[in-house]
Design a protein around this ligand. Sequence first.
Ligand code: UDP
Ligand code: MG
Length: 336
Amino acid sequence: MLISLLIPLYNEEKQIPLTLDTLIPMLRDLPVDYELILVDDGSKDKTWELINQASIKNTRIIGLRFSRNFGKEAAICAALDKASGDAVILIDGDLQHPPELIPDMVKDWMTGEYDIIEGIKATRGKESVISRLNARLFYGLFHRLSGYDLRNASDYKLLDRRVVDEWKNLEEHDTFFRGLSAWLGFRRKTFTFKVAARQTGISKWSLLRLAKLSINAITSFSTAPLQFITFIGILLLAGSFIIAIQTLVNWFSGQAASGFTTVILLQLLIGGSIMISLGLIGIYVARIFTEVKGRPRYIIAQQTSPSGSLASGNGKGSITGKNNLSDTSDSEAYRP
Ligand code: UDP
Ligand code: MG
């Protein structure tokens, strides 16, 4: 039995040594074999060098380096594509997902009763009021529109091989791991955990990125916003009947010149509604455009070379692993 631990990393040079020192002893003690897949999501700091060094010391570490920053979702896709384990565990690289729960996850999986074992946040940890409000708004909207309640859900999950194989059949370019893994179904078990504070660095998610992910998530799970346009249209039509009657009455009673206020209000209302409607349609058209282009979800520029790793596979580490850094396996582009 093999467990693959998958970690997306972006500018985590300070964090990597801490994370690996915590995780590796824990993985060694598992009753199953392990591999550790570290995806460098186009970091600008020493993240890749550190991954490389680690892979020289420990042959179970496989490093992938993206040609640029493709985002956490793409990093998750790459790690899932690369993993060869009978189960995979996805965990953040900043130890905000408590790794001490991994043995229990593995134990639950080994009973054979569950295909997905997922972490639910008991508390969301430290965050600003704005991001808390945003999260509430997003998850509330997502629940209403898609039917999936992902409040307090996290990416901290164990997936059985069967689930990973099904995931690989999903072809969409812009994925939303949390939502899609719920969509896949299967037998699930949840556990709660407290989000730990980040020890080093800062969250890599800007408000803009979160907004993008939220729009992706909602539009890939629901067409309700498009239905909403029809709803606005019906409302406006109903309103226009009333105004039409009033206008005609005014005309017949010789007061047709007044009513500029109404005209202005109607202009604003109709103009606003049309803009919103076009915007909503635009979002869906843009998504179709992205899918039709069929570009790869990510591009791998470098991989840690197995030969470099093997050269020092005795665990002593070695400087001869230098080719590890320069060794670039051919660039591989994976189609979604
Ligand atoms: N991450 C990534 N690519 C990105 C942003 C983040 O691979 O573009 C990684 C990051 O290094 C970390 C994980 O995704 O291991 C979670 O990111 P972060 O801690 O910044 O998010 P938060 O915990 O604030 O949701
Ligand atoms: Mg984090």
